[in-house]
Design a protein. Structure first.
Length: 384
C-alpha cells in the first residue's frame, strides 16, 4: 500500500470619472500547493475569504463602481481641516478616518497626532496618508519617511493600512512641472512600485492607492500593475464611474470634499463594517496537506495564524474515472465533484476532510483528486 502526501502553506490577505480639480482630492499643505487563495484575496471579519468573483457588494458594485448609497461612511482630514470634534463625527455616522501624515521627505502635518489620536478615541478606525512628491526623491525613500511619521501599520483592530496619495501636481507654478510631476508613465510606474514594495516590506501590508481615473490614465499610462493594492478612488459625484485599469472594484470612494455631514472629505467603504474591520487585522495563515490511501483521500486544513477563519470554502474534483461515494461533515458531492464549507477554523487549529471514491478499473489514465478554493490548487495523485 502506497500513501501519497502533499503539503503547502499560504497567507490569506486582503485583498474607484471625472477628475478632481488639481490638488483638491486630499487636502495638502498648499490647499499549499496550499489552500488556494491569492495573496490579494481579501479576508472578511474573522478571517473568511472574499474573492473578486464571488464577493458580495453591500455598497453596490459593478465595473463602473458602486451605484447604491454608501452604507459605511468616513472622512479624510488634514492640517487645513483644523480642530475636529471627533465625537460629533462618530455621532454623524463616521466609521473611519484617514489623516494626512506626511508629504515628500520633509513635511509632517502638525495636527497629525491630535487628529489621528482623536479619531481613535472616538471609536473610529483610522489610517494615515502620504502625499506623494515623486519628483523630489525615490519612492522607497518616501515610504520610509511615511512609516517613520505616522504611516506604520499594526494589527491592533483599529489601524487601517497606509495610503499613497497620487494626484495632480498642485505646485506647478512653483516647480514648473506638469500634473505628472515631469515623470513619464514608465518612470511613474517605477516610482509607485518602489513606494509600495518598500511599504509592504516595512509593514507587512499593501498600501492603499488613492488616485483619480484621469490621473492614473495620464500619468501611469493606465498601468495594470497594482491591482493587489486596495483602491481609494477620488471622484466627486453620485457614482464612482469608470475605474483605473488593474482594479475590478474600488475599496474606498471619495465622493465629495467638505460638503457633507462629516468634517473633511466625504468617503465610503465598498463593503460591510465587518469587512472594513478586516483591514485592521493581520492576515490569517492557512496550511493544507493531503494524503491518499487506498480509495480514501484525507485533506487536513490548519490555521497557523492568529485570527480565526470563517466560512472557508473548498471545491474538489476527481480525475481519471474515480467518483465520490462518501464525504465528510460539511461537504456535498455528486459524481466527480465535491464542495465543502468549514464553518469556523480558530487560530492554531486544524480540520480534517475525508473523501471516499469508487475505485476505477486497472490501468487507464492517471487518477487523483484536485481540490481548490480560488486560483490555487492542491493535487493529490491516487494511491497506487
Amino acid at each position: 500500500m502506497i500513501t501519497v502526501m502533499a503539503a503547502g502553506v499560504l497567507a490569506l490577505e486582503t485583498g474607484q470619472a471625472s477628475a478632481l480639480p488639481s490638488g483638491s482630492a486630499l487636502t495638502h499643505p498648499s490647499s499549499l500547493a496550499s489552500v488556494p487563495f491569492s495573496a490579494s484575496t481579501p479576508v472578511l471579519a474573522g478571517g473568511s475569504v472574499l474573492s473578486d468573483a464571488s464577493a458580495p457588494a453591500p455598497a453596490g458594485f459593478s465595473g463602473l463602481g458602486s451605484r447604491r448609497a454608501p452604507g459605511v461612511v468616513g472622512t479624510d482630514v488634514s492640517n487645513w481641516t483644523g480642530d475636529i470634534d471627533w465625537e460629533a463625527a462618530a455621532g454623524a455616522g463616521a466609521a473611519f478616518a484617514f489623516v494626512h501624515a506626511s508629504e515628500g521627505v520633509d513635511y509632517v502635518s502638525p495636527r497629525f497626532a491630535a487628529q489621528y489620536g482623536g479619531a481613535a478615541e472616538a471609536g473610529l478606525l483610522r489610517g494615515a496618508y502620504h502625499f506623494a512628491q515623486p519628483h523630489e526623491s525615490g519612492g522607497a525613500e518616501q515610504a520610509d519617511f511615511f512609516v517613520r511619521n505616522g504611516g506604520r501599520w499594526t494589527s491592533d483592530g483599529r489601524t487601517l493600512p497606509g495610503v499613497l496619495d497620487l494626484e495632480d501636481n498642485p505646485y506647478g507654478k512653483k516647480n514648473r512641472l506638469d500634473n505628472c510631476y515631469g515623470l513619464t508613465p514608465e518612470q511613474a510606474v517605477a516610482w509607485v512600485g518602489d513606494f509600495t514594495r518598500r511599504y509592504r516590506q516595512r509593514t507587512g501590508k499593501d498600501a492603499i492607492i488613492y488616485t483619480t481615473t484621469s490621473w492614473w490614465r495620464t500619468c501611469t499610462g493606465d498601468s495594470r500593475a497594482f491591482g493587489r493594492n486596495p483602491l481609494w478612488l477620488a471622484r466627486w459625484g453620485t457614482e464612482p464611474g469608470e475605474l483605473p485599469a488593474g482594479w475590478k472594484r474600488h475599496t474606498f470612494w471619495q465622493s465629495a470634499d467638505r460638503s457633507g455631514s462629516l468634517p473633511g472629505g466625504q468617503n465610503s467603504f465598498n463593503g460591510t463594517p465587518s469587512q472594513l474591520k478586516t483591514l485592521t487585522r493581520a492576515p490569517s495563515k492557512i496550511r493544507l496537506k493531503g494524503a491518499a490511501r487506498g480509495n480514501t483521500y484525507t485533506v487536513t486544513v490548519a490555521n497557523t495564524g492568529t485570527e480565526p477563519v470563517t466560512a472557508l470554502k473548498l471545491a474538489g474534483r476527481t480525475f481519471g474515472g474515480q467518483k465520490f461515494t462518501k464525504a465528510g461533515r460539511g461537504c456535498r458531492f455528486s459524481g466527480t465533484a465535491v464542495r465543502c464549507t468549514i464553518t469556523r477554523l480558530g487560530p492554531k487549529t486544524t480540520a480534517r476532510l475525508t473523501f471516499t471514491v469508487a475505485p476505477a478499473g486497472p490501468g487507464g489514465p492517471k487518477r487523483g483528486l484536485r481540490i481548490a478554493a480560488g486560483p490555487v490548487t492542491l493535487t493529490l495523485p491516487a494511491a497506487r
